[in-house]
Design a protein around this ligand. Structure first.
Ligand code: KIV
Ligand code: ZN
Length: 500
């Protein structure tokens, strides 16, 4: 019989820490429900003491989700634990994830403390959390760089104190796969009472080894993995859920199963990418748009003769649907609603669906086929309804041999403004015209353009980073016209400015 591996998803906590990826509570609930449908065992829903928004999200996700355990992160601090307990009030199954840094670097520089005192604080936090919940996970931050002997003492102490799961994070993504595996094995072999808790992996991808390290941890005894959709997370990200799930599915010989319904992987990946405005690299394993695209003649020939010549997985197993209905200008509202449902967007408000459908028809007039990515963008644009600044119109004249000229119309809280400007290219002219209306000292720090799929009629996505009043803001825009998308991304930032 296969062993069971628990999947702990931290897309909404570690994943959401990525600058520019912040979601509002409604969006987080949408992701949490999709994670539930995907079959994850634990959803880390946030770090409740960090902000009222995080607290509220943990609380609302607790109400919205039934099967997975809802987990809240804390430091090894009583106040953090109190707030986490409160945020988990409505969870059907709840877990507190508390912890402290255990590497000598963390002990000395973060805590100005010593090894014995850190064990005392760890034990006290676990005991305190156990007063409120039965399921307490302890994380030994920077365990990857903590020496194994001391780490074993910490793990033994927290299990005795009542920890049900012990997380061994490679916080900085430093470990080599064999080292990380040996660490887990060392703990399995040297910790008294280790059978009373589950050991968990939590690997970061700074050196591109997160998945290899996680797998090595599992092969050496870990029975929970902490992962994110598309591998998003701090810096280079976390281990990606889809990679671990498909490795175990493809390599049945390992003898370890998860509860993941792999056919939900691609829809979940698209939803997270779209809501977080975080593009997936085209060659990303499992969910990148080229992951199943055979381009060389030799490969295409082989696949046509026998698909197994170059495919180790069936695209349908990860939810890539060859027979997806192609939506065009002739598609009805019902077809759009159905497709949104498949993509995990379940909107019950009929007026909202009407609005998205009208936008869909406009886009379908500009493009031959409306793709899933387009639909996610259209549904996402609907979330921007309440913003103060919106684009009424934009007209740009551009071409070789003369300066571009842009005129712009903005609606700012119901008032209309118009301006015109020239620039070194259409985007420059349009942004200059926008700045004439807004009149704030904004500096464009980063500008990225991404075409989604194929074809010159495709939607272009623009990501910008703008500095205003000492703060950085991230904005996103999508349009078949790249200049309009650029202006919309800029406006997205402006709508986020904190005005003092
Ligand atoms: O990477 C890390 O160490 C973490 C902990 C807070 C679990 O994210
Ligand atoms: Zn982490």
């Amino acid at each position: 019989m296969s062993d069971r591996l628990f999947i702990f998803d931290t897309t909404l906590r570690d994943g959401e820490q990525v600058p520019g990826c912040q979601l509002n509570t409604v969006e987080k609930i949408q992701v949490a429900k999709q994670l539930e449908a995907l079959g994850v065992d634990v959803i880390e829903a946030g770090f409740p003491i960090s902000s009222p928004g995080d607290f509220n999200s943990v609380r609302e996700i607790s109400k919205a989700v039934t099967w997975p355990t809802i987990c809240a992160l804390t430091r090894a601090v009583e106040k953090d634990i109190d707030v986490a307990v409160d945020s988990l009030k409505y969870a059907k199954r709840k877990r507190i994830h508390t912890g402290i840094g255990t590497s000598d670097l963390h002990i000395k520089y973060k805590f100005n403390s010593n090894r014995e005192e850190i064990i005392e604080r760890a034990v006290a936090a676990v005991k305190y959390a156990r007063r409120f919940v039965d399921d307490v996970e302890f994380y030994a931050e920077d365990a990857g760089r903590t020496d194994n002997e001391y780490l074993a003492r910490v793990v033994e102490a927290v299990i005795k104190a009542g920890a049900t799961v012990v997380n061994i994070p490679d916080t900085t993504g430093y470990c080599l796969p064999y080292e990380y595996g040996e660490k887990i094995k060392y703990l399995c072999d040297h910790v008294d009472g280790v059978e009373n808790a589950i050991l968990s992996t939590h690997c970061h991808n700074d050196l591109g080894m997160a998945t290899a390290n996680t797998l090595s941890g599992v092969l050496n005894g870990a029975r929970q993995v902490e992962v994110t959709i598309n591998g998003i997370g701090e810096r280079a990200g976390n281990t990606s859920l889809e990679e671990i799930a498909m490795i175990l599915k493809c390599h049945k010989g390992i003898g370890i199963d998860t509860n993941i319904n792999t056919t939900k992987i691609c829809p979940t990946s698209r939803m997270v990418s779209s809501l977080m405005n975080m593009p997936v690299q085209p060659n990303k394993a499992i969910v990148g748009r080229n992951a199943f695209a055979h381009s060389s003649g030799i490969h295409q020939d082989g696949v046509l003769k026998n698909v197994e010549t170059y495919e180790i997985m069936n695209p349908k197993d990860v939810g890539l649907d060859d027979n997806a209905i192609v939506l065009t200008a002739r598609s009805g509202r019902a077809a759009l609603k159905y497709r949104m449902g498949v993509l995990g967007i379940n909107i019950s408000d009929e007026a909202k669906i009407d609005k998205i459908y009208q936008e869909f028809l406009k886009l379908a007039d500009q493009k031959k086929e409306v793709t899933d990515d387009d639909i996610l963008v259209l549904a996402g644009a609907d979330r921007a309804d309440t913003r103060a600044v919106s684009l009424d119109y934009l007209q740009v004249t551009t071409g070789k041999g003369f300066k571009s000229v842009a005129s712009i119309g903005l609606d700012i809280s119901g008032q209309k403004f118009e301006e015109a400007a020239t620039g070194n290219g259409p985007v420059d002219a349009a942004v200059k015209a926008l700045k004439k209306v807004i009149q704030k000292k904004m500096i464009l720090k980063e500008y990225t353009v991404q075409a989604i799929t194929k074809g010159s009629d495709d939607l272009g996505k623009v990501h910008v980073q703008v500095e205003y009043d000492g703060n950085l803001y991230y904005g996103f825009g999508a349009n078949t016209d790249i200049v309009t998308a650029s202006v919309e991304a800029y406006i997205d930032c402006i709508n986020k400015f904190r005005i003092k």
